[in-house]
Design a protein. Structure first.
Length: 320
């Protein structure tokens, strides 16, 4: 094929399948995804609004929770609206540039979330193991700098990957057997050797997520050792409860991510629609559950949400 033809073919839009083999059930499949998206918008917006309005929550730990809420909103908004268009309207076409922009947001904010989770483990380590220096080490400005550094790191490592992927000629089928522009599903459509981009993505995933995981495990290992040395049983329980929500989110993020990744790489004899649904659920369910975990595990967030709901309900009751 000539260079001109390859260029023209590569710029054509892709077609999303949705859930392969279950196209006739798309309307029913869309219901839980629509519900999770609505709950994600409401829950994370409520967390952001609560922390914004309650000055007692203007502390590093709650700023990190807000960062996770922004990441969750970005994740869901990058994927779910287009997914619902496929399910409801059979609007399967996605532009060449739009496909890689969606992929960029998914990978970048996965890296950003990993960085924020690492920062949260460091925050808990300082708060429990070195509480007297907490306010001097983790100031509000430093917390924001950590968040921006996580964003810059994520965008910095994913930009070269997107350049490698967009430079590949896509002259095979334009059909992506997925509900969104999943990395491996798109690469399989390239008619050139993608080994360089595959090697780069493998190195980035290993170094970035792997290193973050090691430091998180180390931080919580040090926290556990310090907690076990506390003389009071109540103090130990309080410290463990404080870390409980963070550990829940970390486990859900890393275990879910590994499960989704390995199912995309190795089918393990599973039907294609099962692999696609697992990947879809990984990008949509955790963003919905994270604010629920904050509300249940973090007492101050729970109290702030109830206070905010009371303030919102107050004018309505008085007007009635």
């Amino acid at each position: 094929m000539s260079t001109t033809n390859r260029s023209n073919t590569s710029s054509l839009p892709f077609l999303l399948t949705g859930v392969p083999g279950l196209e006739g059930l798309h309307m029913w499949i869309s219901i839980p995804f629509c519900f999770t998206y609505i709950m994600t918008l409401l829950g994370n917006s409520m967390v952001l609004l609560t922390v914004r309005l309650d000055k007692s929550l203007h502390e590093p730990m709650y700023y990190f929770i807000c960062m996770l809420a922004v990441i969750d909103l970005t994740f869901s908004t990058a994927v779910v609206p287009k997914m619902l268009c496929v399910f409801w309207l059979d609007s399967r076409e996605i532009g060449f540039e739009a496909c890689f922009i969606q992929m960029f947001f998914i990978h970048t904010f996965t890296a950003v979330e990993s960085g924020v989770l690492l920062a949260m483990s460091f925050d808990r380590y300082i708060a429990i193991c070195n509480p007297l220096r907490y306010t001097t080490i983790l100031t509000s400005s430093r917390t924001i700098q950590i968040g921006l550094l996580s964003l810059a790191r994520g965008a910095g490592v994913m930009t070269p990957l997107m350049c490698l992927l967009t430079s590949l000629p896509y002259c095979k089928s334009r059909v992506i057997p997925h509900s969104y522009c999943e990395h491996m599903a798109v690469v399989e459509l390239a008619c050139a050797d993608p080994s360089v981009s595959d090697l780069y993505s493998l190195i980035v995933a290993t170094l970035l997520v792997g290193a973050d995981s090691v430091f998180i495990i180390f931080s919580y290992g040090m926290i556990l050792r310090s907690v076990m040395r506390l003389p009071s049983h109540e103090a130990r329980l309080k410290a463990l409860r404080t870390c409980g929500s963070h550990i829940s989110i970390i486990l859900m993020f890393y275990i879910g991510g590994l499960l989704s990744m390995y199912l995309q790489m190795f089918s393990f004899g599973l039907a294609p629609h099962v692999q696609v649904l697992v990947a879809d659920l990984y990008l949509t369910v955790p963003p919905m559950l994270n604010p629920l975990i904050y509300g249940i595990k973090v007492k101050q967030i729970q109290e702030g949400i109830f206070k905010l709901l009371g303030q919102l309900a107050g004018p309505s009751i008085s007007q009635a």
